[in-house]
Ligand binder design. Structure first.
Ligand code: FDA
Ligand code: NAP
Length: 449
């Protein structure tokens, strides 16, 4: 095992998607204001380079939030890392404004994220998968207020360890497949879509299926229909039809920073009402324009008698069996009727599970308190509630739907959330340094007495 010397940081971030990129910027902006004694930080990302859901960067897919909900603006409207600054740097500000549209394409937003990341490369290490967080070994001189983070180099397999006073876990959503369905080179989850599609020979894809009725499913169905003009495209979903994503102004308020307080300090009935009334702002729903586009395609095919986009509504996939280069898919309608479909590829756009830090925490999880439903208890400041034996700060960016509401897995609130976490880390660091300075003064007073 190749181990290097142990560095110690005020904060270590696990994952470098938009959430921890925003945190890195927030810390950097703090440093620019105070100039001395910067908070020391390191971020570890398992990908070889920055990438934000690259396998879903479909041509002309648009963002689902306003460009103003970028990495910084809601926390610091004058930040140099805003989407507006990016547009200015690209010489595209006027052209963007002429569009009169709040929603950039995901391609352009990805370019923005890469541009922001290029100013933060000094704090991030790629090809670095965090495999465990644990206490420093007993013989380690590090204080009881630190945790040790184990990082595996995904290129050469070597391990390194670093210590931290605070950890911010932001490892993102987990792809979700139906029970019993196994992914392979012809059975895909939407999170791997473009990578798998590029490996396949389009001429061989004569019959394809897409499962689900969320935004991913709608975008992939549209894409496959456009890219494979020779293919039959089957959309399979449990609802009667695609439902619209509610982004009207009153509903949109659930993504405001204030809504986090309303959710966090609400009681069980108010929290439950958030989900019951407003789940349709995000989950299992599709943008109006995409719904209309899919309907128009099907209608035009009806008119021309050239049907190749097929909707199997009120239907779930009961099983998938690989058969030569393709697969046999058993479709089961909600009324029990069954039919078999032969496909050359099938895409499960069946959503994601929320981030769960349990496996990374390993043995440390026993110091993390849980609520009556077995979910982690989290402070309003996104810190895991721990027993006194674990005094280090372990913060979550994601995985807090049960405590902080709908924005937990989204971009809407990351500028504010990461600013709050940065403030907490800075405060902890200041108190720690003051305490150390105080005890040094006492020791020297003892010596001179
Ligand atoms: P994100 O998943 O982006 O990043 C987590 C990072 O952690 C990844 O880079 C991963 O490689 C890394 N990682 C994981 N485990 C690791 C480990 N053990 N060690 C090191 N690194 C590790 N939301 C929204 O508000 N508006 C939108 O338009 C969209 N659009 C959208 C499109 C698609 C296709 C999806 C699937 C989701 C969205 N979302 C969204 C929601 C999405 O969760 C959100 O945009 C961000 O990706 C959240 O950023 P995070 O940094 O929290 O997670
Ligand atoms: P999602 O919204 O959770 O939708 C999953 C869909 O799969 C739902 O229709 C669900 O039906 C269905 N499903 C789940 N299990 C199933 C099964 N066993 N059989 C058949 N259908 C099943 O997931 P998503 O579409 O991937 O979206 C996830 C997040 O990414 C959202 O925040 C979304 O806004 C975002 N996103 C954004 C963009 C963009 O910015 N352009 C693109 C794609 C995704 P039920 O609802 O009945 O369970």
């Amino acid at each position: 095992m190749n181990t290097r010397a142990i560095d110690t940081y005020d904060v270590v971030g696990i994952g470098f998607g938009p959430s921890n990129l925003s945190l890195a910027i927030s810390l950097e902006e703090h440093h620019a204001n105070v100039l001395t004694n910067p908070v020391t930080s390191a971020f570890f990302e398992r990908q070889p380079q920055f990438g934000w859901h690259r396998n879903m960067l479909l041509p002309s897919a648009t963002m689902q939030i306003s460009f103003l909900k970028d990495l910084v603006t809601f926390r610091n409207p004058v930040s140099r890392f805003s989407f507006v600054s990016f547009l200015h740097a690209q010489g595209r500000l006027a052209q963007f404004v002429n569009r009169k549209d709040f929603f950039p394409t995901r391609q352009e937003f990805h370019q923005y994220l890469e541009w922001a990341e290029s100013g933060m490369t000094n704090v991030v290490t790629y090809n670095s998968a965090v495999t465990a967080i644990r206490r420093p070994p007993p013989d380690d001189a590090s204080s009881a207020c630190q945790v040790q983070i184990e990082v595996r180099d995904t290129a050469d397999g070597s391990l390194r360890r670093v210590n931290a006073h605070n950890v911010v876990i932001s490892t993102g959503l987990q792809p979700r497949m139906p029970d019993g369905v196994v992914r392979d080179e012809r059975v895909w989850h939407s999170s791997e879509f473009l990578a798998q599609y590029r490996l396949a020979d389009p001429a061989q894809l004569k019959s394809v299926a897409v499962v689900g009725a969320g935004q991913s499913a709608a975008e992939i169905t549209k894409f496959l229909h456009a890219q494979l003009p020779h293919a039959q495209v089957h959309a399979v979903f449990p609802s009667y039809g695609y439902s619209i994503a509610d982004d009207t102004p009153f509903a949109n308020q659930v993504f405001d920073a204030e809504a986090v307080d309303d959710y966090y300090y609400g009681n069980e009935p108010t929290r439950e009402a958030f989900w019951r009334y407003h789940r349709n702002t995000n989950y299992g729903v599709v943008d109006d324009a995409d719904i209309r586009a899919l309907y128009q395609i099907a209608y035009d095919e009806d008119v021309c008698g050239t049907k190749r986009l097929h909707f199997h509504n009120q239907t779930k996939v009961a099983s998938v069996v690989r058969d030569g280069p393709g697969a046999r898919v058993l479709l089961r309608r909600l009324d029990g009727a069954q039919r078999e479909l032969g496909v050359d590829a099938i895409v499960f756009a069946t959503g994601y599970a929320t981030m769960d830090p349990t496996s990374l925490l390993g043995d440390l999880d026993r110091y993390c308190l849980r609520d009556a439903s077995g979910r982690h208890r989290v402070t309003r400041g996104y810190r895991l509630v721990t027993t006194p034996e674990l005094p280090c700060g372990i913060y979550l960016q994601g995985g807090t739907e049960h405590t902080h509401g709908l924005t937990s897995s989204l971009l809407s609130n990351i500028a504010v959330r990461s600013g709050e976490i940065a403030d907490a880390v800075i405060k902890e660091r200041t108190e720690r340094h003051l305490a150390a300075a105080g005890s040094a003064v006492l020791q020297s007073a003892d010596k001179s007495a």
